[in-house]
Design a protein around this ligand. Structure first.
Ligand code: SF4
Ligand code: SF4
Length: 366
């Protein structure tokens, strides 16, 4: 498979301290599935053998349930010259002191970045103050910290109060903590999720630049499948599952996986472009409204009974161009700076009032 992956995302477990409505993997405290710890170390070492690989992300479920093993995994990555990041709900950051002590152990092992999630669904299980404790502790240790806030039109999350926190606000304005909003996506949950037209319009142009994670990020799930992206809907798209790591190594799976034009197309232009082309061939395909998240479009695209079929029967005239463009992009060396460009952009320091205005756009008018 023509691929130069840069990030290994380890979905360490589907167990979580929370049970958020519409969690993409339906995680909760009763789930048992997890990658055995020795295998996590092994996958980091396998990733390090791939020349293009630069970083490892620890996620879940809740990766901090790994306890001291998480610290050791960070160290394995650091020893293999891979940068590290975690994604957490912050349940462990109960006080500023506890948060700092917990993060110090990871920072000493070379942790590179801290990511947290919060919003309506998360806040039912983890106080937003814990997320602030964690992000502030990370920033004060010099670790770039990012907080992802879920949003949808009827969100009741006290966003202004959150971002106006006296410890958080100055660090956001100084570019040491980034706040990003993400449309909370429909999965198996109960809450009806709708997005405002203004928000849909705002995020629309960002989607035509393609899916930056497909084939750049490889994920390993608790069943120990190797997956071609780390998208929210990865468990609902069979085509993204490349093979089982229980019988082959990462390198073997990549070597034995054939190239796939549709993945290249999504990578470069995004699933909306694939859907639009399929519609030009078969206008009876009905596209649901409200596909706010790029992964929702991707899930719709792959699971529709006609889309892949019509495209395979009549590939687009620009197919060879896209493949050439993709192949050329693989010759461009990826530096550590490239990898951190997204973080740097998010970390450039934001006026908190501007973020509040963005948030208002995502909400139904009162
Ligand atoms: S914190 Fe994350 S992994 Fe855990 S239930 Fe919520 S969305 Fe799922
Ligand atoms: S858009 Fe598709 S390929 Fe990209 S991250 Fe989402 S599910 Fe994965």
């Amino acid at each position: 498979m023509l691929i130069q992956p840069q990030i290994l995302s380890l979905i360490t477990t589907h167990r979580c301290t929370a049970a958020c409505d519409h969690c993409c993997f339906t995680c909760h405290p009763g789930r048992e599935e997890a990658v055995p710890v020795p295998n996590l170390h092994n996958y980091i070492e396998q990733a390090a053998e791939i020349a293009s690989m630069k970083a490892v992300v620890f996620t879940g479920g809740e990766c901090f349930l790994l306890g001291k093993h998480l610290d050791e995994l960070v160290l394995t990555a650091t020893r293999n010259k891979l940068r590290t990041r975690f994604v957490s709900n912050g349940y462990w950051a109960s006080t500023p002191r506890v948060a700092a002590a917990r993060l110090r152990r990871m920072a000493d092992n070379g942790l590179g970045e801290a990511n947290f999630s919060t919003g309506d669904m998360h806040a039912k299980y983890v106080k937003p103050a814990f997320v602030i404790n964690g992000a502030v502790a990370a920033a004060e240790m010099g670790l770039p910290a990012l907080i992802m806030v879920e949003t949808f039109s009827t969100s009741q999350f006290s966003f202004d109060e959150f971002i106006g926190d006296s410890r958080l606000k100055p660090l956001v304005e100084a570019g040491k903590i980034a706040i990003k909003m993400s449309p909370w996506m429909q999965f198996q949950g109960k809450t009806s999720l709708v997005y405002t037209p203004a928000y849909l319009k705002e995020i629309d142009p960002q989607r035509s630049t393609g899916c930056g994670t497909l084939m750049n990020v490889l994920a390993v799930n608790p069943s120990e499948d190797l997956i071609a992206c780390c998208g929210l809907t990865l468990e609902e798209i069979e085509e993204l599952h490349l093979g089982s790591l229980k019988t082959r190594t990462i390198k073997q799976i990549l070597r034995e996986t054939p190239d796939d034009f549709i993945k290249i197309w999504i990578h470069l232009v995004g699933p909306d472009s694939v859907i639009a082309y399929a519609l030009s061939l078969d206008p009876t395909i009905e596209v649901p409204p409200n596909l706010a998240h790029i992964c929702a479009s991707c899930r719709f695209m792959y699971n529709h009974p006609r889309i892949v079929e019509v495209i395979s029967a009549t590939p687009p005239p620009f197919k060879d161009d896209l493949v050439r463009q993709y192949a050329m992009s693989l010759f461009r060396p990826v530096s550590e700076d490239d990898l951190r460009a997204g973080v740097k952009m998010a970390m450039r320091g934001c006026n908190v009032d501007d973020i509040k205005t963005m948030r208002k756009m995502t909400l139904e008018p009162a």
